[in-house]
Design a protein around this ligand. Sequence first.
Ligand code: MG
Length: 242
Amino acid sequence: MKTNKHTLLHILSITCALCAAPIAALHAADAAKPAEPPVVEPGPPGGPPSDAIVLFDGKDLSKWRNAKGEDARWRVEQGHAEVNGTGDVFTRQEFGDVQLHLEWAAPAEVKGADQGRGNSGVYFMGRYEIQVLDCYQNKTYPDGQTAAFYGNAAPLVNVCRKPGEWQSYDIIFHAPRQQADGKVAPGSFTVLHNGVLVQDHVPIKGEATTSAPLKGITATAPLTLQDHGNPVRYRNIWIRSL
Ligand code: MG
């Protein structure tokens, strides 16, 4: 009898070990599986998708302020906002890493040359400028032309439309980060201009670009559109925090 009992226990322990191994493997496989992605309604071509924050839908600039914190005063008409000499505008909300879509148009009436033609800009965190400029048959320095990371990186190609025509930017921005050891981990820019890749994961070392309204490394800050004195237009601006 004693032998039988031992034999039974032995068989049981082997059976359990055989069961446990596949069950453990099954749990490990479960843990390794990615979570099911949330459903996002893509919206019309050009967005906004359902999880985006709409910063400007063509009606008003209520999501924007000026440098003093007062309501933004750029002219809003016919579904767009136009730079009018009242200064840079800042989002009331602050952002860190983001995906941004916006559309802009340089003035149809061509005035000025070089950096003086249809100049504006999109400053991420009020610090890092992706240049807005009319570079359709308008020469300037490469790291200051349309879709340049101003002063840092020229675009891969010049894919400008004619002045007065609407153009799109789709931009993935990762902010530079202050580390515990005092060093700055670089961020990055990836930019599509009119659907064409122009900045491919370009590093952002942390130094604010020329004429940036804000400076210093921070976790979140407002998105800024530049008033460079040229009547550049904007429409369909939306953003997704990453
Ligand atoms: Mg500019």
